[in-house]
Design a protein around this ligand. Structure first.
Ligand code: ZN
Length: 222
């Protein structure tokens, strides 16, 4: 199990992470996102109620892994995405936080069904030392969509993010702050990839660079 935190502390961390995403300019026009953080005991988590702009800690809902709202209220839009979050927590016992956004450049890759290569320093350093894979489209929160996420996570045991085809980005990490950092690094990378395409295309790191960072991350986690 990863570290667990009391509700109040986790709620503060989630609100700060949401603010950091707006401040970094990685949100889509709609400001749509959902964020969650695992709570003590590991079988329930805090989830944003269906909006993130102006979010306050007391507005977060506590949700069990089987989708029951234990405390607080979820808008129906957020109830639909509960399964998306539980699928990641179930597949990754060390994940402490999950963030879903429609960050514009990352979403361009998701819409194009193009995996996002790891070709920038921040993406390499903030925990995604490999390409971000694409999960096939399924209606949000549906069995097809959730199964697709679980299958990709099983096939790609070290990825910390997936692109949801025709939809957006899903990133996970040890805590809300680290996860928000990775969202920003991925969005920057996607932007750089698209910009580089106009001047001949992005170029890979030298052979072995991603493997070396992945090995260091694995050592730190063990
Ligand atoms: Zn979405």
């Amino acid at each position: 199990m990863g570290e667990t935190y009391a509700r109040a502390e986790r709620a503060e961390q989630l609100v700060e992470a949401a603010e950091a995403l707006f401040e970094a300019g990685v949100m889509s026009h709609s400001g749509h996102a959902n964020l969650s953080a695992r709570l003590d005991g590991g079988d329930h988590f805090l989830l944003t109620p269906g909006f993130v702009r102006g979010l306050r800690p007391g507005q977060l809902a506590t949700v069990s892994f089987d989708g029951r709202v234990l405390d607080g209220e979820l808008r129906s839009v957020s109830a639909e995405i509960t399964a998306m979050h539980t699928a990641v927590y179930a597949a990754r016992p060390h994940v402490g936080a999950i963030i879903h956004t429609h960050s514009p450049s990352a979403t361009a890759f998701a819409v194009a069904h193009r995996p996002l290569p790891c070709r920038t320093e921040p993406m390499l350093r903030f925990g995604q030392a490999e390409e971000v894979p694409v999960v096939p489209w399924g209606p949000r929160g549906s069995d097809v969509s959730v199964r697709g996420i679980a299958e990709v996570l099983e096939r790609r045991p070290t990825t910390a993010a997936v692109l949801l085809a025709n939809h957006g980005l899903l990133v996970f990490g040890p805590d809300p702050a680290a996860t928000a950092h990775l969202v920003v690094a991925i969005e920057e990378s996607a932007e750089a990839e698209i910009a580089a395409a106009a001047i001949g295309g992005a170029v890979d790191f030298p052979p072995g660079a991603q493997e070396a960072v992945r090995a260091a991350i694995a050592r730190a986690a063990s």
